[in-house]
Design a protein around this ligand. Sequence first.
Ligand code: GLN
Length: 509
Amino acid sequence: MNNWITKTADELAQALAAGEVTSVELVQAHLDRIAAVDGNADAGLHAFLHVDAEGALAQAKASDERRAAGTPASYLDGVPIAVKDVLATQGVPTTCASKMLEGWIPPYDATVVAKIKAAGLPIIGKTNMDEFAMGSSTEHSAYGPTRNPWDQTRIPGGSGGGSAVAVAAYEAPLALGTDTGGSIRQPAAVTGSVGVKPTYGGISRYGLVAMANSLDQVGPVSRTVLDSALLHELVGGHDPLDSTSLTDEPTGFVEAAREGAKGDLTGLKVGVITELQGDGYQPGVMARFTESLELLKAAGAEIVEVSCPNFTHALAAYYLIMPCEVSSNLAKFDAMRYGLRVTPAGDPSAEDVMRASRAAGFGDEVKRRIIIGTYALSSGYYDAYYGQAQKVRTLIQADFAAAFEQADVLVSPTAPTTAFKLGEKLDDPVAMYLNDLATIPANLAGVPGISLPNGLADEDGLPSGFQIQAPAHSDARLYKVGAALEALLEKGWGAPLLSQAPEIEEVRA
Ligand code: GLN
C-alpha cells in the first residue's frame, strides 16, 4: 500500500496526474493522520485550531471532477494544504489564536487563499500560532501550544509552529505561514521542515491580519525545497489589493530548484555572516552549519566571510519598529466592529466596553507589545526610539547591500538553538526574543530567506536549520542553493513521530 501522507507535494501532483490516487483519498489520508496525532490543547501535537473536513472533502471532490474532465486547475490541483490562522478564509473561522477573534468568520478570502482555492488545493484546516503572530514558540496561542513532533515536551518554534508541525508530522504536505521576524523560518528550523520568507512584496498581504505591515510576508512551508518553490509560484505575484505587492512575475523558482538539485554550485559565492555565528549558538547547531558549508564547497561554491556589523543592533531595532506597528494595527480591535465584546455591569460607556474587551481579549505578550509601541510612538519619545530604530534599519539595509557586493547568497544558522522545552522561556521575554537573532535582519531589509533542515544537533538529536538569504527580487537563488544543499546532505536525519507511526519508518526504509 502506498503511504500517501509521506509523499512530497510534487510526488502527489504526479500521482494525481497519473490517476494513481484521487484528491478525496489524499484529503482523507491526511484527515486520518490529523485524527491520530493532532489531539488537542492538552495532549497531542495540536498543530490545528480548526480542521475543515467537510470543506476540504468537498474541494477534493471538485478537484477529482476536474481531473476526470481533463481540466485540472493547476499542477497542484487536488494536493491538500494547511493555512496559518492569521489568513482570512471565507466561511471558515479565523482567530489569529486570540480570544479577541474567537468566533469570527471572515466574509472574504485573503488573496493567497483565493489563489490556492482557484488552483484547486483543498484547505484542510487552520493552523495554530502565537497570538497575532507574536512569539517564537506558539506558547502565546490563546488556545494552548503546539508540540514539537520530535519531542512533545518541546516547542515547535513560532509564531507559525502549527504550520511547521503540520508538514513535519505528515498532517499536510504543504502549508502557508507568515514571517515578520522569523515566524516561517525559525519553526521550520526547529521542526526539520523547509520555510521561505519571500522578498518583501513578493506575495500579497491582502487578507493577512497585520502584525507589522512593513515586515510581514506570507510564505510557503513544506518538507522539500522544490515543494516550497511550487507553492511560491502559485501564490506569488502582483495583487492590486495590496499596494506594497511587487510587479515581479513569480516564475523561475521551480526551475531553479530543479537545477539546484543537480548539486553543481560552480562559480557561486557564499558569504558566511560573521555576526550570525559563534557565541550564543549551540555547538551542535554550529557543527551542522560548518558541515553544510563543506558540502557547498565540495559542490563548487566559494565560501567567503562577510561582516554585517549593524546586525548586532537588529533585534533592538526590530523590537521597537514592530511594537510600534503592532500598537497601531491592533487599535482596531475595539469591540465595536467585530470580535470579542465584554460589557461591564452598570451603565458602561463605549470606552468602558473597549477597555474591558481589550483586557479580556488580548494575552500578555500582545499587551506587552501594545504598551511598548504606544510608549515609543508617544510625543517626546518618537525621535528617541522609533526614529533611532528606523535609522538602524537603514544601516542594516546598507550592510546587506555591501555584503551582496561580495557574495551571491548569505548564510547562517537559522536559529541559535534547537527546540527548547515548553515553558522554558515563557517568563523571560528577552530570552524568547533572542531566538530571532538570525532571521530578523531579512525582515528589516526586505530580502528573501529560506530555512532548510541540515541535520540533527549532537547534544540532543533535534533538527537544526540552515538559512540562505539572497538580494531582494532574487528569490530563485534561495531555491537553487537550497535544493543543492538538500540534495547534498545525507538523507539520514530521520522522521518525526516514528514511534507513533511505524508505517512511516517502513516507507522511508
Ligand atoms: N518571533 C518574532 C516575534 O515574536 C517573529 C514573529 C513573526 O515573524 N510573526 O515578533
